[in-house]
Ligand binder design. Structure first.
Ligand SMILES: NC(=O)C1=CN([C@@H]2O[C@H](COP(=O)(O)OP(=O)(O)OC[C@H]3O[C@@H](n4cnc5c(N)ncnc54)[C@H](O)[C@@H]3O)[C@@H](O)[C@H]2O)C=CC1
Ligand SMILES: CC(C)CC(=O)C(=O)O
Ligand SMILES: [Mg+2]
Length: 352
């Protein structure tokens, strides 16, 4: 059980610390943790956001626990040196194409949702976001047009095999849940999306037991707040999945609650190699204040135990402890309370 810990920037180290405490509480046989530099922290120490030794560390591990990257002091750097390149680079280099982002209502937390409690109560969805393609990884640049105006451009593209493999992941997930899949695209405008839709329809033939629906992303954003209960599994591209998952977090109550698993094809002794991280970023506005909610990272550690180590029982214990803490009124500042990062970690540990 080799776990690479990459805390990163801003609140990354604060929330990762609490998740590590939870992992260590199980005292699992053979669990080894080693820590590496990523993001702005790595740039300041090594001159690069994803140093070669960090990437090697990830390759040598069975799983990676990732905090967050992003440092306003680095916003002026050339793009390839910016902190965000660390997470993009890890996702690409490690072939982590499937990003699972579950969003489920916690009993007792309905009033914290940005939606009305009776609407929030029904949320139990899984966003399956493609993570290795789309406009995030296309060629990009800025150029000067003939008339002297500057133009920024980013290439959006998906190859059919990229769509096919993430669609299979989503259908398999739907098969194990409520057998409803919504594919989100913008096929009325984008060629990338038309191909996406065509390939999803082709793959659907293998899963007749799953009800498939296509939805344009603008409508999906609206439906997500109108009636989130209508969604079971959502499959979508990198950009749309990024945006919709932040939105889903506020339907649940806070971005500090949503975990994620990024998986590829590499197998470990007990599951799939993966990178596990909260869906939020480095939150520079609250960094260093001990106010970040570590629950999303703690729940990401639970996903790690489940997907990379086959430790379902321990994963369920963590998820139950978080749910219990929330049900018993433990609230970070993001949920209108005054429990600090460490106090939230303590509350989860006490309920394990
Ligand atoms: N995977 C990653 O490492 C990601 C990195 N980023 C980076 O993070 C930096 C900040 O980006 P933002 O757009 O501000 O997004 P963000 O997710 O870091 O923060 C958005 C808002 O949510 C709050 N927030 C986030 N996590 C929280 C938590 N655990 N507890 C309580 N409040 C929390 C923040 O205080 C802020 O007000 C940028 O450099 C961005 O590129 C953003 C998203 C993902
Ligand atoms: C920082 C970005 C590269 C990605 C992002 O916002 C995310 O994965 O949620
Ligand atoms: Mg995001």
């Amino acid at each position: 059980m080799k776990i690479a810990i990459f805390p990163g920037d801003g609140i990354g180290p604060e929330v990762t610390r609490e998740a590590v405490r939870v992992l260590q509480a199980f005292d699992l046989p053979g669990m080894v943790l080693f820590e590496g530099d990523v993001g702005g922290a790595a740039y300041h120490r090594h001159g690069h956001p994803l140093p070669a030794e960090t990437l090697e560390m990830a390759r040598a591990a069975d799983a990676v626990l990732f905090g967050a990257v992003g440092d306003p002091a680095c916003d002026g750097l050339e793009r390839h040196l910016r902190p965000e390149q660390a997470i993009l680079g890890l996702r690409a280099e490690l072939g982590l194409f499937a990003n699972l982002r579950p969003a489920t209502t916690f009993p007792g937390l309905e009033a914290m949702s940005a939606l009305r409690p009776e609407i929030a109560r029904a949320i139990d969805l899984l966003i399956v976001r493609e993570l290795n393609g789309d406009v995030y990884f296309g060629d990009k640049g800025t150029r000067t047009l003939d008339d002297g105006r500057r133009q920024g451009w980013d290439m959006m593209a998906y190859a059919e095999d990229e769509v096919r493999r993430i669609t299979h992941v989503a259908f398999r997930a739907a098969r194990g849940r409520d057998r409803r899949l919504v594919s989100v695209d913008k096929a009325n405008v984008l060629e990338t999306s038309q191909l996406w839709r065509d390939v999803v329809n082709e793959v659907a033939a293998d899963y007749p037991e799953v009800a498939l629906e296509h939805m344009y992303v603008d409508n999906a954003a609206m439906q997500l707040v109108r009636d989130p209960g209508r969604f079971d599994v959502v499959v979508t591209g990198n950009l749309f999945g990024d945006i919709l998952s932040d939105q889903a977090s506020m339907c649940v109550g806070s971005i500090g609650l949503l975990a994620s698993a990024s998986l590829g094809e590499r197998r470990t002794a007990h599951g799939t190699f993966g990178l596990y991280e909260p869906i939020h970023g480095s939150a520079p506005d609250i960094a260093g204040k001990g106010r970040a909610n570590p629950m999303a990272t703690i729940l990401s550690a639970a996903m790690m135990l489940r997907h990379s180590f086959g430790r379902e029982a321990e994963a369920v214990r963590i998820e139950a402890a978080v749910a219990k803490a929330l049900a018993e009124g433990v609230r970070g500042a993001d949920l209108g309370g005054d429990a600090g990062t460490e106090a939230v970690g303590d509350a989860v540990l006490e309920r394990l």
